[in-house]
Design a protein around this ligand. Structure first.
Ligand code: NAP
Ligand code: COA
Length: 271
C-alpha cells in the first residue's frame, strides 16, 4: 500500500466524478492521508461502492448523486456539503465522458455531450462550489487529458473540451489567487484498468501495446500516480504553484500520445 508523507486530517476534500477510476484513486489517496471525503457521480450504485472503499481507510466519506450539467442540483449538493462538513479545502473536478468518433460523423449532440460534461461541467463545479471554498487556503485540481494540448484523430470533442478545462484552470488561478485559492490541472497519461483506457485502447489490443511503446517510461500509469501528484499539489509544499498544467504521464505527452489517434481511426472503422 502506498504511504503518503502528507497529513490532510481535518481537511474536507470534494471530488466531482470521484466514484470510479482515476478520481476515486485520488479520493482514496486523500482518505489515506486522513481527509474527510465527499464524492459526486450520477450512478447511486457506483457511489455506494466508492463510499465503502473510502470508509475502509478509516475516515468520514459521503456521496452525492448529481449530474455536473445540472446547476440546480449542484447548488443543492454544495449547500448540503457545507452544512454537513463545513468549508471545502480541496476541490477535485474530474467528471468526464469520452468515446472515439470522427468529426464528420458525430452528431452535434455527441460533441455537445462531451463539452457539457468536461468543460461546462468543470465550470459548473467550480462556480457553484466557489462560495463554500476556504479562503485563503483552498486548492482546486482540474483533471485534464493529453488531448488538451495534443491534437488526436477521433477526439475533436475531447480535445476542444479539455483545452477549455486548462484555460479555466489558468483564468481562475488569476481571478482567485488574490483570495488565497490555488488552481492547477493534472494531466493523466494512459492509466491502467480505467474506463478511459477501456474505451480508447482496450486491454490486450494492439492499441494498448502501441500506447505502452510510446510512453518513455514504457508502462501505463496507475491511479496511485495521480493520487501522489494530487496530494503534493494540494499540500503546503506546493504553496507557490498555481495556474499550471502538470502531466503525470510517464512522458507520453512529449511525443507519443498523438499516435493514439491513428489507432482510434482503426477502432472506429471496426465497430
Ligand atoms: P471514469 O472511471 O469513467 O470516471 C468518470 C467519473 O465521472 C465517474 O465517477 C463518473 O460516474 C463521473 N461522471 C461522468 N459523467 C458525469 C456527469 N455527467 N455528472 C457527474 N459525474 C459524472 O473515468 P477515468 O478513465 O478514470 O477518467 C477520469 C478522469 O481522468 C477524466 O477526467 C478523464 O478525462 C481523465 N483522463 C483519463 C485517462 C485514462 O487513462 N483513463 C487519461 C487522461 C485523462 P457516473 O458515470 O456514475 O456519473
Ligand atoms: N459515437 C458517436 N456518438 C456517440 C457515441 C459514440 N460512441 N456515444 C454516444 N454518442 C452520442 C449519442 O448518440 C448522442 O447523440 P444523438 O442525440 O445525436 O444521438 C450523444 O452522444 C449523447 O449521448 P447520450 O448517451 O445521451 O449521453 P449521456 O449524457 O447519457 O452520456 C457519454 C455521455 C456519451 C459521454 C457517456 O459515454 C458517458 O456517460 N460516459 C461517462 C464515462 C466515460 O466516458 N468515462 C471515460 C472518461 S475519459
Amino acid at each position: 500500500m502506498t504511504r503518503y508523507p502528507f497529513d490532510f486530517s481535518d481537511k474536507v476534500v470534494f471530488v466531482a466524478g470521484g466514484t470510479s477510476g482515476i478520481n476515486l484513486g485520488i479520493a482514496e489517496g486523500f482518505a489515506k492521508a486522513g481527509a474527510t471525503l465527499a464524492v459526486l457521480g450520477r450512478s447511486q450504485d457506483k457511489i455506494d461502492k466508492a463510499i465503502e472503499k473510502l470508509r475502509a481507510h478509516g475516515g468520514r466519506a459521503s456521496g452525492f448523486s448529481a449530474d455536473v450539467r445540472d446547476t440546480d442540483r449542484l447548488t443543492e449538493v454544495f449547500t448540503q456539503t457545507h452544512e454537513a462538513l463545513g468549508l471545502i479545502d480541496v476541490l477535485v473536478s474530474g467528471a468526464a465522458g469520452n468515446f472515439p468518433a470522427a468529426a464528420n460523423e458525430m452528431s452535434a449532440n455527441a460533441f455537445k455531450a462531451v463539452v457539457d460534461i468536461d468543460l461546462l461541467g468543470t465550470f459548473n463545479v467550480l462556480r457553484y462550489s466557489y462560495q463554500y471554498l476556504r479562503k485563503p487556503g483552498a486548492n482546486i485540481i482540474n483533471i485534464s487529458a493529453p488531448q488538451s494540448f495534443i491534437p488526436m484523430e477521433m477526439q475533436a470533442h475531447v480535445c476542444a473540451a479539455k483545452a477549455g478545462v486548462d484555460m479555466i484552470t489558468r483564468t481562475t488561478a488569476m481571478e482567485w489567487g488574490p483570495e488565497g485559492i490555488r488552481v492547477n490541472s493534472l494531466v493523466p497519461g494512459p492509466i491502467q484498468g480505467t474506463e478511459g483506457m477501456k474505451r480508447l485502447a482496450p486491454q490486450g489490443s494492439d492499441a494498448e501495446r502501441m500506447v505502452i511503446e510510446s510512453v518513455p517510461m514504457r508502462r501505463q500509469g496507475v491511479v496511485e500516480d495521480l493520487a501522489s501528484a494530487a496530494l503534493f499539489v494540494a499540500s503546503d509544499m506546493a504553496s507557490y504553484i498555481t495556474g499550471t498544467v502538470i502531466p503525470v504521464d510517464g512522458g507520453w505527452g512529449l511525443g507519443g500520445a498523438g499516435q493514439l489517434g491513428s489507432t482510434l481511426v482503426e477502432l472506429v472503422k471496426k465497430n
